[in-house]
Design a protein around this ligand. Structure first.
Ligand code: ISL
Ligand code: CA
Length: 564
């Protein structure tokens, strides 16, 4: 396996709108991030993935871009961005920018031109179709609700939008579109950035002819993923991108790829032939959803440890020495990790540390989402009017109006699943608005638990979640086995404990994680031969006199041994 800096890195994801507001308008901004770089350097991360900061009318908080070569007014200026990049590089932190090129804003000049007339030179930058039987060209549902097609009154044709109607899908079949994208990528790379996170990059190739999706529900529109995820030309388009752009730079590229299996992911990330460094797979993000629901975020069910083991192990072994995994439990679209996979009540601290142990000891590049390092939790806003996310608002409407749920039941699902769980402001201290902003009302409310969950409290407590993450990151820098070691699941059938080993050139680690709020008996398998076991890290004090092969793990206990 080749050794590269991006395999050895730990990435920290910033959602700029919610990170730090420097000028009191209630919206996080670039200067706010600059103010907090020392904090991130203390944490020890190597790379920052910055969610979109480009000009945008903010229908989807920057995932609807109207100018790829300028900065969102609320966030600052291009000069401010240059200063931020320099500030990162001075501290040895690399910058990965978000690349959103499956779609543009409907306010992007290309689309403004395209909708002027059917023979406009930009018309073919997007995907247009006439009505079929007086209705939409096909039955695809938008991922954010309703039809994936919007009628353009002027020309009488529909345009395709897999997300909101203000996020118009680009026509990647058009070589001019690809050339434009490659050019804007070079523009940023030449400014010295260190990579891209590519938004829904496996959705850029649609099935030719755009056929109807199979009917799986009574809804008017059907999930069309079959016809736009991992489509026929994705690899070809990305190979061209690699040839013309990516291969010329030493960068980290991570594709956001919902609906990929390990075979797709290997094709995308193969050491020699793949176009990308790694991808985000989503299987473990669906563990707590009803597969029949119209959106994974519109339903909830308890998740099973056996399923988590199965999924993660399949990815660990599947990509093994051929591709490369990115490891994450949350991001700006997902609930908070500790609320979803841990316990955000009594065992918040212990379970947050256990989850951190999990992500840092899997094979792959770990991603930390802002606030995860202090154990920030989901929020349960009392009213739908407190929510801001366009998807959340659409799901609420659909659940209540089309599926007949009471507003209380719909809110209850969104308390667990809303993307706004991840978007409440970063909790810096116990002052008003959690030290995020001096505004009386930030763009979204802070989580009321900021009084005790905040950075300043974490920095003052040597036993905090923050310092545990710091230690994990240091350990990963010092122990190549954490990065490159081969993964093997052990004790697969254990109902509470997730156990695995990592091995590299005669070195071996044993990772034991009690994913439950009760004690669990750990009896190591006889086949696991070792003469000594030194504790590398753990989230509880040692239990003197304990048997080395059969012992009780405490609620949410995590331990890692170096085996001799
Ligand atoms: O496709 C999905 C489920 O089948 C979604 O979970 C999808 O993966 C996700 O919404 C894609 O997210 C990315 O693109 C969106 C943007 O709203 C998200 O914030 C971004 O991460 C559209 O650009
Ligand atoms: Ca601001």
């Amino acid at each position: 396996m080749q050794k590269t800096w991006w395999k050895e890195s730990v990435v920290y994801q910033i959602y700029p709108r919610s990170f730090k507001d420097s000028n009191g308008d209630g919206i996080g901004d670039l200067r706010g991030i600059l103010e907090k770089l020392d904090y991130l350097q203390t944490l020890g991360i190597n790379v920052i993935w910055l969610c979109p900061v480009y000009k945008s009318p903010n229908d989807d908080n920057g995932y609807d871009i109207s100018n790829y070569r300028d900065i969102m007014t609320e966030f600052g200026t291009l000069a401010g961005w240059e200063e931020l990049l320099a500030g990162m590089h001075q501290r040895g932190i690399r910058l990965v920018m978000d690349l959103v090129v499956n779609h543009t804003s409907d306010e992007h000049p290309w689309f403004v031109e395209a909708r002027k007339s059917k023979d406009n030179p930009y018309r073919d930058y997007y995907i247009w179709r006439p009505a079929k039987d007086g209705k939409e060209p096909n039955n695809w549902a938008s991922i954010f609700g309703g039809s994936a097609w919007q009628l353009d009154e002027a020309s009488g044709e529909y345009y395709l939008h897999l997300f909101t109607r203000k996020q118009v899908d680009l026509n990647w079949e058009n070589p001019k579109v690809r050339a434009e994208v490659f050019e804007l990528m070079r523009w940023w790379l030449d400014k010295g950035i260190d990579g891209f996170r590519m938004d829904v990059i496996n959705m850029i190739s649609k099935t030719p002819g755009l056929p109807d999706a199979p009917v799986v529900s009574a809804s008017r529109y059907q999930p069309g993923g079959l016809h736009y995820m991992n489509g026929p030309r994705v690899l070809e388009f990305l190979d061209q991108m690699k040839r013309e752009v990516l291969s010329k730079y030493d960068i980290l590229t991570v594709g956001e790829t919902p609906g990929v299996n390990t075979a797709h992911a290997i094709a995308l990330t193969d050491e020699n032939s793949g176009a990308l460094s790694m991808v985000f797979q989503f299987e473990h993000m669906d563990l707590d959803s009803d597969p029949a629901a119209f959106s994974s975020r519109a339903s909830k069910r308890p998740w099973q440890l056996s399923e988590l083991k199965e999924i993660m192990s399949r990815w660990q072994v599947g990509l093994g020495e051929r591709g490369w995994n990115s490891i994450y439990l949350t991001n700006h679209d997902q609930p908070r990790a500790v609320s979803r996979f841990g316990d955000d009540g009594q065992y918040r601290v212990q379970s947050a540390k256990l989850l951190a142990t999990f992500t840092h000891f899997q094979q792959g590049t770990p991603y930390i989402y802002e606030g995860e390092e202090i154990g920030m939790t989901n929020v349960a806003f009392p009213s739908i009017t407190d929510y801001r996310d366009v998807e959340t608002l659409n799901i609420f409407k659909e659940l209540v109006e089309d599926h007949g749920l009471t507003p209380e039941t719909a809110l209850n699902i969104l308390h667990a699943k809303s993307r706004d769980n991840a978007r409440t402001p970063m909790q810096w201290d116990a002052s008003p608005q959690a030290g995020f902003s001096s505004a009386a009302e930030p763009w979204i409310k802070v989580n009321p638990n900021y009084a005790h969950i905040n950075v300043s409290a974490a920095l003052a407590d040597p036993d905090s979640i923050f310092y545990y993450y710091q230690k994990l990151i240091q350990l990963r820098k010092a122990n190549p086995v954490m990065v490159y070691g081969r993964y093997e699941l052990i004790m697969a059938e254990h109902p509470e404990i997730y156990a695995f080993t990592r091995a590299l050139e005669g070195e071996r680690l044993l990772v034991l994680l009690n994913f439950s709020g009760s004690t669990a008996l750990c009896e190591l398998p006889a086949g696991l031969a070792f003469s000594s076991a030194e504790v590398l890290i753990g989230n509880y004090p040692a239990q003197p006199g304990e048997d080395a092969r059969s012992f009780v793990m405490r609620p949410w206990e995590a331990r890692v041994y170096r085996l001799g």
